[in-house]
Design a protein around this ligand. Sequence first.
Ligand code: DX5
Ligand code: ZN
Length: 221
Amino acid sequence: MFDYYIAPSILSADFARLGEEVSTVLAAGADIVHFDVMDNHYVPNLTIGPLVCEALRKHGISAEIDVHLMVKPVDRIIPDFAKAGATYITFHPEASEHVDRTLQLIRDCGCKSGLVFNPATPLHYLDYVMDKIDMILLMSVNPGFGGQSFIPATLDKLKLARERIKQSGRPIRLEVDGGVKVDNIRQIAEAGADTFVAGSAIFNTPNYQETIAKMRAELAK
Ligand code: DX5
Ligand code: ZN
C-alpha cells in the first residue's frame, strides 16, 4: 500500500483569498499544495508565478509545494521558484530544449524534480533520466484549465509508468492531474498513482474536509 498524497490544485481556489484557502485545505487533510503555473504561450491560460509562491510561504504555509510549470522556456524561472520556496518543480519535456539539463538545474537549486506528460506524450522521455527524477506527473486532461473530464487512456499509461518506477527501484512519486474526483480516485490508484491532484473536485465543494475524507475512504477500500 502506498503513502497516498492528496494534492489540491489551487487553480480552482478563490484567488482573492488564496492564503486562507490554502490554509483551510491543508487543515482539511491535504498533503501537498499543487501550484499550476501557466504562461499563455505553452498553454492557453495565464496564472501565477514565484511571487505568489513566496507570498504563501510568508503567509505561514509550511507544507510541500508542488510547482507544475506549464511554461516555455522553462529554465529561467526555475531559480526564482526555488528561492520562492518550491519543494517539487515539474515541467513538460516538450517545453525544454535540454531535458537532462533542466532536471539537473532543478536539483542544483535544491528542489525535487519531475517530468510531466501530456495525454498524447509518450513515456520515452524517461529513458535516460530516471536517476534525475523524483516525480512523474501524468496529465489526465490537456493542460490549461481546471474542471475538464478525466481521459481514460491515462489508466493504461499509469500502469506503464508504475512499471518503470518499479524497475528503477527509486522512490519516485507517480502523480495524476486532471479530472480526479471522489468517484474515480480508487480506479486511478489501482492503476498505480500515489499522488492525486484535484482542483474543482475539492474547491468547488462547500466542505473541503468532507471531500478529502471521502477521497481517503475510497483509497482505503
Ligand atoms: C490543468 C492543471 C490542473 C487542474 C486540475 O492544466 O494542471 O492541475 O487545475 O483541475 P481539475 O482537478 O479541476 O481537473
Ligand atoms: Zn497541474
